[in-house]
Write a protein that binds this ligand. Sequence first.
Ligand code: ADP
Ligand code: MN
Ligand code: MN
Ligand code: MN
Ligand code: MN
Length: 364
Amino acid sequence: MDLKSSHVPPLNKVVLNRYLALPQPDNKVMATYIWIDGTGENVRAKTRTLDQEPKSPADIPWWNFDGSSTGQAEGSNSDIYLKPVSIFNDPFMLGKNKLIMCETYKYNKEPTATNKRASCVEAMKAVADQYPWFGIEQEYTLLDRDGWPFGWPKGGFPHPQGPYYCGVGACEALGRDIVEAHYKACLYAGVNISGTNAEVMPAQWEYQVGPSQGIDAGDQLWISRYLLLRIAEEFGVQVSFNPKPIPGDWNGAGCHTNFSTLAMREPNGIEAIDEAISKLKIRHKTHIGVYGKGNERRLTGRHETANINQFNAGIANRGASIRIPRQVGEDKCGYLEDRRPASNCDPYAVTDIIVRTVCLNEKD
Ligand code: ADP
Ligand code: MN
Ligand code: MN
Ligand code: MN
Ligand code: MN
């Protein structure tokens, strides 16, 4: 039977807390290894005990998992390696316990098909002297266990969009507990979360991570997604990164990626921004190819998007592929906003191609 329609009895959190409060031996650290599975969109995680608190990823042993159960390997040659790459504090287990972002490698030590970080880290190293910064706006939708948006009337629709964006009130803001818990958990973990807001569609929300430099942007965004999924799990709510969860007159969900280099942030950086936009224009199709599955359902030219088949840029234009924020136009320096990435994009793939196109002049 479909688990989504079955009733899962909530476990007793008071009883749980008796055990979470147990003292933990000094020489034991719980390390949760987190990785991207074969879909390229979902995360998986498993936990092991380390003997001491790791200070850098090099202190943490490689591990492995059954890739035939995650869409990453054949059953006959199923072990996939986990390579620890960044460390975060664990807001669930507290203390010295850690969340470890990992890359995945095949038996022959080649990156798996969904390991987009390996290429990204190369690109970020090559452009380190340009100090690339990313601020990523992650939109998502909360769903009930039956798959219908959280707080929406069963078998029906809420009032049309209008009162929900940055909305306040029981019938405007649906699921805020999850949003606030997630915000604090990100801060505790060491994710550079910079804000949050309710979105245009009810039960849709956004948070921003950044500006973060280079590879940190992808690492932090993936950990922030793990935290969101875990926290919503505790509340019995699903998180959807579907770029257009409800067809029709309801906004889709994106992952706007704000980007700058040192040159763009310095006086008259607008010239570097304009130059970047002309490079992005030439590679529009290639970028769209890595900006998320199902993005054609979202990038329709309506609901604050540009049409997927057209590239355009403009100051303060939320119907553009690339927007130059008004303040940036006035200051003549700052950053650009790539509005094309979908909510389910892989931020490693997105930041990788942006840097390769703009900073490394890669062409098709
Ligand atoms: P919007 O007006 O598009 O909703 P947000 O406030 O949601 O914008 O997000 C803007 C993002 O841009 C934030 O994550 C912020 O940290 C980031 N940002 C600000 N300055 C820069 C910069 N110079 N380079 C890259 N990102 C930046
Ligand atoms: Mn086992
Ligand atoms: Mn935003
Ligand atoms: Mn938004
Ligand atoms: Mn935006």
